[in-house]
Ligand binder design. Structure first.
Ligand code: WTA
Length: 657
């Protein structure tokens, strides 16, 4: 935890924002939640779970007899999609808008709960016609269009398991995820609109399935969004408009066990191979719904909620596809990027739909902040009453800007800490209750138990930085890593016996507020997206120019961290490779192609040697010093102490990209 001086500054944060009496009065969350959960944690979760509809009520809340394999509400049965759709229609809310869709080119569509239910039923029937059975895996590779949510809900409705793959991932990443999950069907689109143009998706699917790869895939279901020309494989490819259009709109949601698998979502770990995080049904939906309602103070009959996350990430699962629908919320879904046609787009959407709850990431806030407040000031944002932040620590400066310029100096900001693995929000203030402090995620939610430990597992009190652990199981916890129970145990449960190690540094301040200090492992956080150093290194060495590569995350003003790669070229490629600038471009493009544009290194530095210990371990700490332009730390454990002079000399000679 090298940022100690910064932590000390943060701890001197003296700005506090207490909720107004007016807000507190109408707030959904009551202070009694904390007491209830403290007194009887399992009873508390059972009560939250009972807010869902159970076809067969559960009698047992938690089975933790075989840790770390938890079972929640195990003898109960429910249907996820029934809970998100049919029950609202049956309760008389069929006319409520479920989705306000805004396409990037400016087309828009309003979909009521009744219509969304109908579409999901038709899609469920289409999937059944394609031979999809409970437990089968379906890969989803779609832009942010209503069909993305419809597809997820339909897969869940019939008890199949979805694996959503972010549209920004390459064909390579797509095929390794499809193969790992042995998906039977891929749902995709011709393309989507991004940055003012049609951006293709189907070609990546075709490439992912080419040359005998992904043999498990029987069909590809294709939504037409951009009407680009696409290649068509007869017998394999199926038009969504035809399959779904012609399917019956009658479909009864059947109950599944609470522990029936709901989805796999791949995320970066500390090795080159992404992990398929597995989530199941009852516990996941319980906590997604509970947190969505309480953390955002959702008043479903009057709020307009907008989470800007893509369905390719966990935030798009829990806080677009599931939580809001379980709560009967009306939500905005926007297809495109924030700068199209200009940087006022988001604020024009807020104004158009009267968005009252906005949930986004610090990286976006910092981008807006850099451009100045005059852009949001041109729009009417008065409807906003609650703000959320997720994905990385939000620096107090960005927090203050967000509150003032987006939140009209009154909207409370919920800084929510959680992970793909936790499934739902774990640490966050509660609106109307918590006195807010810029930059701190503040408290574990009612029902969640967290501690900060030192390396030996001792509990640290206030004022000491250490490692964040979750000390008790929670309903939306991951149930494992797909096909890899050993890695599941090893990654999360072996460092501290019986406790979940999150991989994040944290510290309670003197007032008992929790500060998140970033990853302590080789996982980077670029624009709120997780990337592993190992994954990018293996992409780099897969290029024939590269003999060795070391990747570090360096501080970046906008993206939080940026990917900086140090590479050693193969001797016999030096002539072919050309200048450092050429090499840099080629390798950046290569990583983008191998993993996806989000992994594209910001900087590539060609070096002759990498700093290694005598046992051959790369000392990333030193590379991070170089990447962040700091004086280089202790080099005495290096096998060759002159290496760092060479590297930093190289950098000051201007070889970086
Ligand atoms: C980081 C995203 C500080 C953290 C939901 C975590 C945060 C990783 C916050 C998970 C926050 C997320 N404050 N750090 N409010 N939210 N993180 O799996 O390092 O994409 O471990 O889930 O993001 O990223 P993931």
């Amino acid at each position: 935890m090298s940022a100690d001086h910064e932590i000390e500054n943060l701890l001197h944060e003296e700005r506090h924002f207490a909720p107004s009496a007016e807000f507190a009065k109408q707030a959904i969350a009551k202070p009694s939640l904390y007491e209830e959960a403290k007194t009887d944690r399992l009873g508390f979760w059972a009560k939250q779970a009972r807010k869902l509809h159970w076809h067969k009520p559960f009698t047992q809340t938690l089975d933790w007899s075989n840790p770390p394999f938890a079972k929640w509400f195990a003898d109960g049965q429910l249907n996820i999609s029934y809970n998100c759709l049919d029950r609202h229609v049956e309760a008389g809310n069929g006319d409520r808008t479920a989705i306000f869709f805004e396409g990037e080119p400016g087309d828009s569509k309003e979909i009521t709960y009744a219509e969304l239910t109908r579409q999901v039923k038709k899609t469920a029937n289409a999937l059944i016609d394609l031979g999809i059975k409970p437990g089968d895996r379906v890969a989803i590779y779609l832009p942010m269009i209503p069909e993305a949510v419809i597809a997820m809900q339909a897969v869940a409705r019939i008890g199949a398991v979805h694996s959503v793959i972010f549209g920004g991932f390459s064909a390579e990443s797509l095929s390794s995820r499809i193969e790992d999950a042995e998906a039977k069907l891929v749902i995709t689109a011709d393309g989507g609109f991004r940055k003012g143009k049609a951006s293709a998706l189907k070609p990546a699917v075709d490439e992912a399935l080419s040359a005998g790869k992904c043999a498990s895939v029987k069909n590809v279901l294709v939504v037409r969004r951009t009407n680009q020309d696409v290649d068509w494989v007869e017998g394999r490819d199926v038009e969504w408009s035809q399959a779904v259009g012609e399917a019956s709109d009658e479909h009864e949601a059947k109950p599944f066990d609470a522990e029936h698998p709901l989805f796999i979502l791949y995320t970066s770990g500390t090795t080159g191979k992404p992990k398929g995080i597995l989530h199941t049904s009852g516990g996941y939906l319980t906590q997604a719904a509970y947190t969505h309602k309480n953390v955002f103070d959702l008043h479903a009959d009057s709020d307009v909620y907008w989470c800007t996350a893509d369905i390719g990430w966990i935030t798009g699962h829990s806080y677009v596809a599931y939580g809001p629908l379980a709560n009967g919320a009306s939500q905005v879904i926007y297809e495109g990027t924030p700068e199209t046609p200009d940087w006022g787009r988001w604020w024009s959407i807020v104004q158009k739909y009267g968005v009252s709850i906005l949930y986004t990431a610090p990286t976006a806030i910092r981008s807006f902040m850099k451009l100045g407040s005059q852009i949001p000031n041109e729009y009417n944002l008065e409807t906003i009453r609650v703000l959320g932040s997720v994905g990385e620590p939000i620096n107090p400066e960005a927090w203050m800007w967000y509150r003032k310029h987006i939140g009209g100096s009154h909207a409370p900001i919920m800084d929510t800490w959680w992970q793909t693995e936790t499934g739902a929000i774990m640490v966050s203030p509660l609106p109307g209750i918590t006195t807010l402090k810029p930059g701190s995620a503040q408290h574990p939610l009612p029902g969640i138990e967290a501690e900060v430990l030192d390396d030996e597992g001792n509990v640290l009190g206030r004022g000491h930085a250490g490692l964040l652990v979750l000390t008790e199981p929670w309903p939306s916890m991951l149930r494992g890593i797909w096909k890899d129970p050993e890695r599941f145990k090893e990654t999360y449960w072996s460092k501290f016996e019986g406790q979940y190690f999150a991989g994040d540094g944290a510290k309670w301040d003197e007032e008992g507020d929790l500060w998140l200090l970033g990853r302590v492992d080789d996982v980077m956080n670029v624009s709120g997206h997780r990337l592993s150093t190992a994954e990018i290194e293996s992409a780099l060495v897969s290029h024939h120019y590269v003999a060795e590569a070391a990747v570090v995350g360096a501080k970046d003003e906008t993206t939080g961290q940026a990917v900086v790669a140090f590479v050693i070229l193969r001797q016999n490629q030096l002539d072919a490779a050309g200048s450092d600038a050429d090499v840099s471009k080629i390798l950046r493009d290569h990583v983008s192609k191998e993993i996806g544009p989000i992994a594209r290194p910001r900087t590539i530095i060609v070096v002759k040697e990498l700093p290694k210990t005598r046992s051959g371990k790369i000392m990333r700490r030193l590379l991070r010093d170089v990447a962040e332009d700091r004086p280089i730390g202790d080099v005495t454990t290096l096998a060759d102490t002159s290496v760092m002079d060479l590297i930093s000399g190289k950098l000051s000679a201007g070889a970086s990209d």
